[in-house]
Design a binder for this molecule. Sequence first.
Ligand code: GZL
Length: 307
Amino acid sequence: LAGCGDKDAAGGSDDGKLVMGFSQVGAESGWRTANTNDIKAAAPAAGIELKFSDAQGKQENQISAIRGFITQKVDVIAFSPVVTSGWDAVLKEAKDADIPVILTDRAVDSQDTSLYKTFLGSDFVKEGKEAGDWLVKDSAGKTGPINVVELQGTTGAAPAIDRQKGFAEAIAANPNIKIVKSQTGDFKRADGKTVMEQFLQSTPKIDVLYAHNDDMGLGAIEAIEAAGKVPGKDIKIITVDAVKDGMTALAAGKINYIVECSPLLGTQLMELAKKVHAGESVEQRILTQETTFTQEQAKAALPDRKY
Ligand code: GZL
């Protein structure tokens, strides 16, 4: 709408605040909830007006939300793409409308990197490698096959593609370690439980579960216990994220190792939005800082965990 008073040409808010349109993947996991809460808190703290949209895990909802932000002439668009492909057209529309786009959390496979100003998020291949490296170390000196079942994240999502890649590359160091079953649990606890039930029924010997996030690992633990097995002992479990529920299970010995993936991108995102809006140049790729946790480290870290 044509503004009045000190509204800037790009259609910012009436009181001159920078307006950000954010399209979120959904609410599929504890990580996503923490990510959403952090973004919603960081916007007002940075004096930014946030228009927030939850896509319930559907790419078409993200695309229509982005189109809505373009129509509303927001100053900056940010989003976490649920899957890597299928974004070029709508990103071109944002570019043609002269609205800068910031990617957070997940990547897109667009070859044209002029379609977004920067990508702020984790290195998921590294996360998968950390998980695989731990298993290789833990398996040192053991003889005989080590059968791994893998609960993959959302099909086509950057973290699922890359966590699978990094893990597979790392475990190649020990040919005894084999992924005998791999299936998506869509980053959801309920799906992780259902798929693990199927793994348990169809796979005689499971030594390790590698789950691409804590939530699927926690669902799998329910299935493992229902099958009369001890998680963390009969079946070792490695997950990614390090949200509170995962860290609690790790400290209790039901998970053996967690690779952290930080959801706290909000403050960095808001600072980037201000720079991009001001026409300042920003790094094309900004990596988040994160670590890994053993059971002992989880016990020490739990009291201070913010999410
Ligand atoms: C990773 C993020 C993933 C988390 C899951 O940055 O995209 O999506 O690992 C979440 O828990 O659902």
